[in-house]
Write a protein that binds this ligand. Structure first.
Ligand code: HEM
Length: 238
């Protein structure tokens, strides 16, 4: 078994702050929806709106981070191992079969995760932001957005909320299906993931190949920055 540094500091900060913010949006959102009464409607609306703005700022910052670090490439969909991953979740997982898609630093997500996370990033959350802000600015302030009815917006926002809840339930279950029940959770807390020795070969090969290319390109404009990044990545592997 080897430990590999897979999740960078900002990535973990984003993961956990996003979890807390989405949790608050769900709890307050369903109070606004009148599903229960915990802190009162007005408090729920106030906290929901503050949390939504915080989430928006953090999301914009993270999009910037994703593009400046090339991390956005983690979400490019691929059909490689897709069928194997689906059959793993349908049957292999119950027979202790090995995970079909190994993790590497530049490919941390399996093909199904890539599809689902991309869908959430480019579809579910944008719909939540758009409908949420239309809700927020509807008839207010005085010069707010004028819409004939809030119905479509409210329905889309609520359906989106159910989609987010469904995702979280599946996500919480899948967290426990790593090498051990807590290994995925620990990795997202510490950044370090324990990986079978034979699996780390891909990671080492990937780093070596990238380092060679970067050394070759070191004279180019961005070569030096990239070379430093590769050196850091090599140092992160023990
Ligand atoms: C994961 C993200 C979110 C979830 C799960 C969520 C959930 C909900 C739910 C369930 C409702 C009640 C809907 C209804 O009964 O019609 C609601 C209302 C609302 N949400 Fe969200 N929401 C999210 C993001 C946002 C965002 C980004 C905004 C932007 C400001 C926002 C603004 C609002 C507003 C203004 C209301 C209506 C409050 C009122 O009736 O005065 N939400 N939300």
């Amino acid at each position: 078994m080897k430990k590999v540094y897979l999740y960078k500091g900002y990535e973990r900060f984003w993961h956990w702050s996003q979890s807390v913010l989405v949790f608050i949006l769900i709890v307050t959102g369903f109070e606004i929806h009148s599903s229960y009464s915990l802190i009162g409607f007005e408090n729920a609306v106030r906290i929901h709106n503050i949390t939504a703005w915080t989430f928006l700022v953090l999301t914009v910052f993270t999009i910037f981070w994703d593009f400046t670090t090339d991390e956005w490439k983690q979400y490019i969909p691929t059909s490689k191992n897709l069928k194997a991953q689906i059959s793993f979740y349908l049957s292999g997982i119950f027979k202790n079969a090995p995970h079909p898609a190994g993790k590497t630093i530049s490919s941390k997500l399996n093909p199904l995760q890539r599809l689902v996370y991309l869908g959430i990033k480019v579809f579910v959350f944008p719909v939540m932001f758009l409908t949420g802000f239309l809700y927020y600015f509807f008839h207010y302030p005085v010069q707010g957005i004028e819409l004939s009815s809030l119905e479509v917006i409210a329905v889309l926002h609520t359906r989106g909320a159910f989609a987010v809840v469904a995702f979280i339930i599946v996500h919480l279950y899948l967290i426990t299906t790593g090498r051990t029940v807590t290994s995925n959770l620990k990795a997202m807390v510490t950044g370090w993931e324990e990986i079978e020795e034979h699996e780390t070969k891909h990671i080492e090969e990937e780093i070596m190949a990238e380092t060679k290319t970067l050394i070759r390109n070191a004279g180019e404009k961005s070569g030096r920055r990239k070379l430093r990044k590769a050196k850091e990545a090599v140092a992160e592997i023990v």
